[in-house]
Design a protein around this ligand. Structure first.
Ligand code: NAD
Length: 460
């Protein structure tokens, strides 16, 4: 612990964060060998104890093992593989050209770890969103404190048990708990805070970070719109939309929140949506293992309050004791409906009718910048208008959600949907400081040309 930051303990006598900092200060996390050993150990944890994680995900979110693997454990193993493949080149100092006025001189950018990272995760992809940022933190040579979400208690407890079994306990720890524990953690000094969750808590995180001038990455959410017109194949589009929306019961930060379409397109699309729901989840999604559950009763009740029975054209069935809400489509939805105010984060898909693509773009521009924007159209001029005239974390044509599995695509928000982006090399960048290192030989002493007395210069 540096002298300028007196230790503030989580609880009296709890010096866990101070011990992690001492471990970082000792230099143990910096060598390439430590980083690769930790990444490989993390990969082993996901492989050997994948079943325990899948069981915990099933208990918390009703996710089946295949979905848990695709969206959490296998996803992370692919990210680890990508990182191990590129880490040496990411760590290599980059040569920087020097201006004539400084020559002869040598300039390099040397990536160095920031220090101790705090990673705070939410409950919806509770494994991926805690360990994904950790891959970047380890790759960049940092120590880390992991705070899983208390809202997914089975995953939190399983990670708290597994992480110490596989990873370096001196440098990487899990602190479980809710608001009180997170508040106590946020009083400590960290060198980076990586927060994934809602915008209200993001403000709390930023305020706490400001006390120590700690940089933050905020991975937030919001209402991600989806525009669809009649230039695309409706059956394929419907299948892609249904998968993206009802995966994890709609509790996905990049799920299409609502659809924008002309009334004519909405009418054509509706039977395709109904068919696609049947194709993916059968006639009885409740008893289909591929269909998950709402995280808890509170969220279930919040979601049911958003369903206007008069607008419910598909689904609507529910059993709150079983945390079940059927894949549900609302049409026509209006901008001032309750369901159109905040991010839905559940299996409810409102369709808002607009007159044309101009009105759709105006609708999107009038609202907060979303985490993702989806446009299902093969009209190239219109695609270019979406690129030029809208702003979002990502813009994706003709599919949704799966864009975040491309490790070289930075994943993050803009404006209200967050700041900073990660995955692949971007994760390494987030947790690194790229330190300029310059050196100039003593001879010839070219700098003398710019030293005073300046009179000599004006005479020249
Ligand atoms: P959550 O309730 O689990 O909260 C997230 C974390 O914040 C938890 O670890 C929790 O302990 C902590 N926390 C809660 N209240 C706090 C407080 N007052 N002070 C300090 N810490 C506190 O999850 P959530 O916020 O409900 O997550 C859902 C949101 O996250 C949605 O808006 C979703 O879009 C967004 N999200 C974004 C991404 C992304 O990558 N951009 C991914 C997933 C979820």
């Amino acid at each position: 612990m540096r002298a300028d930051t007196p230790p503030i303990h989580l609880r009296d006598g709890d010096d866990r964060v101070a011990r992690v900092r001492a471990s970082f200060d000792s230099g143990r996390t910096r060598p390439y060998a430590w980083r690769t050993a930790q990444l490989r150990a993390l990969g082993r944890m996901l492989a050997e104890d994948g079943d325990a994680l899948h069981a915990a995900l099933h208990a918390d979110l009703g996710k089946c093992a295949i979905e848990s693997s695709l969206s959490e454990t296998a996803f992370l193993r692919a990210e680890i593989g990508h990182t191990l493949k590129h880490l040496r080149s990411w760590m290599r100092p980059q040569r920087i050209a020097m201006p004539l006025t400084l020559l002869p001189a040598r300039g390099r950018l040397v990536p160095e770890p920031l220090g101790v990272a705090l990673i705070i995760a939410p409950w919806n992809y509770p494994v991926q969103l805690l360990l994904g940022p950790l891959i970047g933190a380890i790759a960049a040579g940092n120590a880390a404190v992991l705070k899983p979400s208390e809202v997914s208690p089975n995953v939190s407890a399983t990670l708290a048990r597994l992480v110490p079994k596989y990873l370096d306990n001196e440098a990487i720890i899990v602190v479980e708990g809710g608001v009180a524990e997170t508040t106590a953690l946020l009083r400590e000094r960290f060198d980076h805070i990586f927060y994934t969750g809602n915008a209200t808590v993001a403000r709390v995180v930023m305020e706490a970070a400001a006390q120590h001038l700690t940089p933050v990455t905020l991975e937030l959410g919001g209402k991600s719109p989806l525009w669809i017109d009649d230039s695309v194949d409706m059956a394929t589009a419907a299948r892609r939309i249904v998968w993206a929306k009802f995966l994890n019961c709609g509790q996905t930060c990049v799920a299409p929140d609502y659809l924008l379409a002309t009334p004519k397109v909405a009418d054509v699309l509706m039977p395709h949506l109904r068919n696609a729901i049947g194709e993916l989840y059968g006639d009885d999604p409740r008893n289909n293992p591929a269909y998950g559950r709402i995280i808890n009763r509170r969220h279930g009740e919040r979601l049911l309050a958003l369903v206007d029975p008069a607008r419910c054209v598909i689904g609507g069935g529910h059993d709150i004791d079983d945390r079940y809400i059927a894949p549900t489509v609302l049409y026509p939805a209006h901008a001032d409906d309750a369901v159109m105010q905040d991010e839905i984060f559940g299996p409810i898909l409102p369709i808002v009718a607009v007159s044309d693509a101009n009105a759709a773009i105006a609708f999107i521009r009038a609202r907060a910048k979303p985490l993702a924007l989806y446009a299902f159209t093969s009209d190239h001029a219109l695609r270019q208008r979406f690129v030029d005239e809208t702003s979002s974390g990502a813009l994706v044509f003709d599919f949704a959600v799966a864009h975040l599995s491309a490790p070289d695509m930075p994943f993050g928000g803009v404006g209200a949907s967050g700041m900073g982006a990660y995955h692949g090399a971007s994760s390494f960048h987030i947790f690194s400081h790229f330190k300029p290192v310059l050196s100039k030989p003593m001879r010839p002493d070219t700098l003398r040309l710019i030293f005073p007395p300046y009179g000599k210069m004006t005479q020249r």
